[in-house]
Design a protein around this ligand. Structure first.
Ligand code: AMP
Ligand code: GLY
Length: 426
């Protein structure tokens, strides 16, 4: 099979790394890819959100399956356009991707499906939104309806913060049109984790849970990022809780989307809060998490390719998945300054030594090669040092051994990935 992976981050390197191991694969393309992906796939210079360019490439190359990594092209209708061109695709339609593209839409589906979640209300009027938060009081959560690169959420601990968030999002439009509508919802207290499932429009196949680290600094301090590390399994999500989440959050969503005429195909990523009243859904994303995908791929024992094909063809009920018993952990190395402004094109050395550490695979997120052929950092999140081991401690030791083998003075990482899992042990 000829497969095209869309995207060029750590998640896509993880998918390419895993797909490249499939005996069913004859050729792997990735658009646009990165310097690490180029080791396992042929990188194609088409931007992830260039829908017309991507469809043309897939058609001209007679690709058998397209696997879409990021939400951007999905929300732009890439899956619909590929299907219309007769190309199989793993990823939701534009209509189904609204589960991530519109928080208001997602909350309505979740309410209709009876999935446990925070109470909410949707607003297009600023005064009505303010009146509502005054009535409800803090803590309370204010979200832009549309995509805001993960920044459109304010967990307001005071009424003033909530009112300011409404002014910023809807008045000053700091996130542009994403703030034309707001969702205001209940503050949920508990421990956060994510759970993933593959969907084929009719049914779903559970993957596993993971926990990421959104803040930039050790001890969960500093500004939010796309994710500074992750690990799986996540001890807060016991096997019983995994089953509960699958049955109470995933399956009802798949059923409801099908009933609404927007069947969901692809990965459903459930962001969950484990509260004292049980798991509650914070949000759905319509893609693998980044960096959660890196640990999922490290733990997956089965061949990924036939499973993604089965999802694309509506045959998920026929397949099953095997997982390694080991723990997987990823430490993200970012460019100094991230998530603020950071230097670009700094040279990264020691990659071979890092990759040589037992159990470690260095997955690239934002890298390229310079004219001299050296690997350089081109993004905020740059590398995902991914390790497996018999325990979370061992996986973590291996990952940091690889971090220390790198020679990249302009990079940094958190030193406490998996602290919750380790705190639970002791
Ligand atoms: P979201 O983009 O909806 O996942 O929100 C980003 C982050 O905000 C989540 O990962 C949570 O840490 C936090 N968050 C979102 N919604 C709530 C909520 N209802 N209660 C508490 N924290 C929340
Ligand atoms: N790591 C969180 C996300 O991919 O949205």
């Amino acid at each position: 099979m000829k497969v095209l992976v869309v995207g060029g981050g750590g998640r896509e390197h993880a998918l390419c790394w895993k797909l490249a191991q499939s005996p069913l694969l004859s050729k792997l393309y990735c658009a646009p890819g990165n310097a690490g992906i180029a080791d396992v796939a042929e990188c194609v210079a088409v931007a992830a959100e260039d829908v017309a360019g991507m469809v043309a490439f897939a058609r001209d190359t007679a690709v058998d399956l397209v696997v879409v990594g990021p939400e951007g092209p999905l929300c732009l209708g890439l899956a619909d356009r590929l299907k219309a061109a007769g190309i199989k695709v793993f990823g939701p339609s534009e209509a189904a991707a609204r589960l991530e593209g519109s928080k208001g839409f997602m909350k309505d589906v979740v309410a209709k499906a009876g999935i446990p979640t925070a109470w909410y209300r949707r607003f297009t009027d600023m005064d009505a939104a303010k009146a509502f938060v005054r009535e409800k009081g803090a803590p309370i959560v204010v979200k832009t309806d549309g995509l805001a690169a993960g920044k459109g959420v304010v967990v307001a601990m005071t009424l003033d913060e909530a009112l300011k968030a409404i002014d910023d999002m809807m008045g000053a439009k700091v996130f542009g049109a994403a703030g034309d509508e707001l969702v205001i919802e209940e503050f949920l207290d508990g421990e956060e984790a994510s759970f993933f499932a593959l969907c084929d429009g009719k049914t779903a196949l559970p993957l596993v849970a993971a926990q990421d680290h959104k803040r930039v600094g050790d001890g969960d301090t500093g500004p939010n990022t796309g994710g500074m590390g992750a690990y799986s399994p996540a001890p807060v999500v016991t096997p019983d809780r995994e089953r509960e989440v699958f049955e109470r959050c995933i399956l009802p969503a798949v059923r409801t989307m099908a009933e609404q005429g927007a069947p969901f195909t692809g990965v459903l990523f459930a962001g969950l809060m484990f509260t004292k009243d049980g798991p509650k859904l914070l949000e759905f994303n319509v893609r693998f998490g980044d960096p959660e995908c890196q640990v999922l791929m490290a733990r997956m024992d089965s061949d990924l390719l036939p499973v993604l094909l089965a999802a694309a063809e509506g045959r998920l009920a026929e397949v099953s998945l095997d997982w390694r018993d080991e723990c997987a952990l990823v430490v993200v190395m970012a460019a100094a300054g991230y998530p603020g402004s950071y230097k670009k094109n700094t040279v990264i050395r020691g990659l071979a030594a890092a990759n040589a550490v037992e159990g470690v695979t260095v997955l690239h997120a934002g890298t390229a090669r310079n004219a001299a052929g050296e690997v350089i950092a081109t993004g905020g999140r740059v590398l995902g040092i991914t390790a497996i081991g018999p325990s979370v401690e061992e996986a973590r030791t291996r990952a940091y051994r690889a971090v220390d083998a790198l020679d990249w003075p302009d990079g940094f990482c958190r030193r406490d990935i998996a602290w919750r899992a380790l705190a639970r042990r002791s």
